[in-house]
Design a protein around this ligand. Structure first.
Ligand SMILES: Nc1nc2c(ncn2[C@@H]2O[C@H](COP(=O)(O)OP(=O)(O)OP(=O)(O)O)[C@@H](O)[C@H]2O)c(=O)[nH]1
Ligand SMILES: C=C(OP(=O)(O)O)C(=O)O
Length: 239
C-alpha cells in the first residue's frame, strides 16, 4: 500500500499503565518507562516515510503534555463509562481515528501500540508496503496472540479495532489480512519484565535506552534483574 498514513496511539492513565511490571518496577520508574516507550515508538513510527501524522489519545494530562512537547497531536479521551477496560482502548482508538480525519481529511489510519521501544521505521515501511490495498491488515505480537499494529488503508473506512485478549484471532476473524514479515521490533511489545529484557537486547530507541541505562546505574544488571535495588518493588523477581 502506498499512501499517506496517519498513526494513532492510545495510552491509559500513567498510574494504571503497565501494571504487569508492578512487581518489578517502582511506580515512578514505571511511569517514566511508559513515557519513554511512547517517545521511541512514536518517533520510529513518525520516521517511516508514509506516516504523515501522529496522534496520541490519553485521559492523562501528563501524557498529553509530553506528546505536545514532542510535536505530536494530543487528544483528551472522553470518559467512556459504557466500555471500561479493553473496550476503553478500542473506543479511544476509534475516537482518535475519527478526530484525526476531521483534522487532516480522509486518510489511511494506522493504530500502533505505545509499547514498541525497539520499533524500526523500516519495519513499519515494510509492513505498509506488504499490506493489501483493499482491506485492513494487522501485525501479530511476538507470541502470535496479541496485535501490535492495525492498518485501515481505506481513507474513509472504519478502523474497527479489536484489541484485547487474543486480539490477533479477533482481527483475523474480522477479515483483516496478516502480511508476513519478521519485523522483530514491530512485534515486540513490552508487557512484562521478560519482554523488556528482549526489547533491550533488540536495541531500543534512545529514550528507553537512556532510562534503562539510568536503571542499570542504580543496580540493574543488564537484562538480568537486580536483587536489593530500591527501584525494584520485588527484589529477586528475575524474569
Ligand atoms: N487511551 C487509552 N489507552 C488504553 C486504554 N486501555 C489500554 N490502553 C493502552 O493500550 C495499550 C495496550 O495495552 P496493554 O499492552 O495491555 O498495556 P497496559 O494496559 O498498560 O498494561 P497492563 O496494565 O499490564 O495490562 C497501552 O498503551 C495502554 O496504555 C484506555 O482505556 N484508553
Ligand atoms: C491489548 C493488547 O495488548 P497486550 O496483549 O499487550 O495487552 C492486544 O494485543 O490486543
Amino acid at each position: 500500500m502506498r499512501t499517506r498514513v496517519h498513526a494513532v496511539i492510545a495510552v491509559k492513565r500513567l498510574g494504571l499503565a503497565k501494571s504487569r511490571l508492578g512487581d518489578t518496577l517502582a511506580p515512578a520508574v514505571r511511569r517514566q518507562l511508559v513515557l519513554a516507550m511512547l517517545a521511541d515508538t512514536g518517533a520510529a513510527a513518525g520516521a517511516a516515510s508514509a506516516v504523515v501524522s501522529i496522534t496520541v489519545v490519553s485521559p492523562d494530562r501528563r501524557v498529553r503534555d509530553a506528546v505536545t512537547e514532542w510535536g505530536w497531536w494530543a487528544l483528551a479521551e472522553p470518559p467512556n463509562r459504557a466500555a471500561p477496560g479493553v473496550g476503553g482502548l478500542n473506543a479511544a482508538l476509534q475516537f482518535a481515528a475519527s478526530r484525526t480525519r476531521r483534522r487532516h481529511g480522509p486518510g489511511a489510519i494506522l493504530a500502533v501500540q505505545a509499547d514498541l521501544p525497539a520499533l524500526r521505521p523500516a519495519e513499519l515501511t515494510a509492513f505498509l508496503a506488504a499490506a493489501p490495498g483493499g482491506r485492513r491488515s494487522f501485525v501479530a505480537d511476538q507470541h502470535g496472540v496479541g496485535t501490535t499494529a492495525l492498518l485501515q488503508p481505506d481513507p474513509t473506512g472504519s478502523l474497527d479495532p479489536r484489541f484485547g485478549p487474543r486480539s490477533a484471532d479477533r482481527h483475523r476473524a474480522a477479515g483483516a489480512a496478516e502480511p508476513s514479515g519478521e519485523w522483530p521490533g514491530l512485534r515486540h511489545d513490552v508487557d512484562t519484565a521478560a519482554d523488556l529484557a528482549v526489547s533491550h537486547r533488540l536495541g531500543t530507541g534512545p529514550t528507553t535506552a537512556g532510562l534503562l541505562r539510568e536503571i542499570v546505574d542504580m543496580g540493574w544488571q543488564g537484562p538480568k534483574f537486580p536483587t536489593g535495588s530500591a527501584l525494584w518493588g520485588c527484589p529477586g523477581s528475575a524474569p
